[in-house]
Design a protein around this ligand. Structure first.
Ligand SMILES: NC(=O)c1ccc[n+]([C@@H]2O[C@H](COP(=O)([O-])OP(=O)(O)OC[C@H]3O[C@@H](n4cnc5c(N)ncnc54)[C@H](OP(=O)(O)O)[C@@H]3O)[C@@H](O)[C@H]2O)c1
Length: 346
């Protein structure tokens, strides 16, 4: 049987190059085309020596493919995708251009008017744990943001079960690759190393995504999310801690309530290949290079508050790995095909 031909738009960024690594070993698809502005005309393996197993030249334009991944910056991604959608090509967009259902959110959060509202309506938010049945039938899948992946997976079971009040705090710490490969002062080694700082306190662009998806889980629930991201001196990984007050009486008091919460999370994710409910707080290093999200839910008994901690690799479950997971679902392949690797440790 001939393999599905796939391509990557913008292989020269971190999300794009991580996709190339994963797709090069995928048994059911063939990576046939990669694009990149700065390195067009050059062999991929020359620009990225760790991909010596891939014999492709970086092109200025995408070649003929059945399915394309876009790893372009926001706003630019939609421009690339719109003509491909009208050609009937399946798309997984790693940018934010098709994630938000509210068209007005784009000028507010991304400073542009969305160029294709009709495509926005049809696009499916690509978190397989919540939207698998829609992804199966989708032509255009909007891969979730890295922070939203960790935050939504951490909070979804508690929201769905009506356990928590809508006033939610999400505190996340990200490695520097989350900011991408484009040079900037804030990601210089000497500025990031030995340092930790919060940013975007007035509202990070991933906030509306988290709010949108938590709000869809429970019609009674109108989430009010405070999201504070932090940059920390590591290459990959996001550790997220969610806090919310529990409604009285939904869980037993004391340690019995903790056990009930854990059972609820285990049940919610019992069929999910990439979510593990842990017995202890997770570490980003336990997910490095893998498509897993590790989650530890517990109750702060003193304050009757949910504390839930998640860890992901921002470039895998937070970007390229989840994009391949979505592609597998779209193509009717076993969902773990090509991304079933354990994490690297230490
Ligand atoms: N990094 C993550 O953890 C992560 C996670 C989830 C989603 N994402 C999303 O994935 C997309 C790519 O992110 P990234 O982190 O991989 O970014 P990145 O490493 O900064 O890559 C961006 C690359 O895009 C190219 N580029 C920049 N402006 C462009 C333009 N106007 N037109 C064409 N190409 C342009 C540049 O490559 P050339 O100079 O070669 O053109 C640049 O190296 C973004 O939409 C981002 O939001 C990233």
């Amino acid at each position: 049987m001939s393999k599905t031909k796939v391509g990557i738009i913008n292989v020269t960024g971190y999300a794009g190059v991580e996709l190339a690594r994963l797709l090069s070993k995928h048994p059911s698809v063939e990576l046939v085309s990669v694009t990149g502005r700065s390195a067009a005309g050059q062999p991929l393996k020359k620009i990225f020596p760790h991909l010596a197993n891939i014999d492709l030249t970086i092109q200025p334009e995408l070649g003929k493919v059945d399915l394309a991944f876009s790893a372009m910056p926001h706003k630019e991604s939609a421009k690339e995708i719109i003509p491909l959608v009208s050609q009937g090509i399946k798309i997984v967009d790693i940018s934010s251009d098709f994630r938000l259902k509210d068209i007005n959110a784009y000028p507010t959060w991304y400073s542009f008017n969305h160029p294709a509202p009709e495509m926005l309506e049809k696009a499916v938010f690509g978190l397989p744990e919540l939207h698998r049945n829609e992804i199966i039938a989708a032509q255009l899948v909007a891969n979730p943001g890295c922070y939203p992946t960790g935050a939504i997976l951490a909070l979804a079971p508690a929201v769905k079960a009506g356990l928590i009040k809508p006033d939610i705090i999400v505190d996340s710490k990200s490695g520097v690759s989350g900011a991408g490969r484009t040079l900037s002062l804030t990601t210089h080694y000497s500025e990031v190393n030995d340092d930790v700082g919060a940013y975007a306190i007035d509202g990070h662009r991933h906030l509306p995504e988290i709010t949108q998806e938590l709000g869809l889980l429970n019609t009674e629930f109108k989430p009010e999310v405070t999201f504070v991201p932090h940059l920390i001196p590591m290459t990959r990984g996001i550790l997220t801690t969610g806090y919310a007050s529990l409604y009285q009486g939904k869980l037993s008091s004391g340690t019995k309530g903790r056990e009930e919460l854990r059972e609820l999370y285990i049940d919610f994710y019992k069929n999910e290949p990439y979510v593990r409910v842990m017995e202890a707080p997770p570490h980003t290093k336990h997910t490095w290079g893998s498509n897993f999200c590790h989650i530890f839910p517990t109750v702060d008994i003193r304050t009757n508050r949910l504390i839930v901690i998640s860890a992901i690799d921002n470039l895998v479950k937070g970007a390229a790995g989840q994009a391949v997971q979505n592609m597998n679902v779209m193509l009717g392949l076993p969902e773990t095909t090509g991304i079933d690797m354990p994490a690297m440790f230490p």
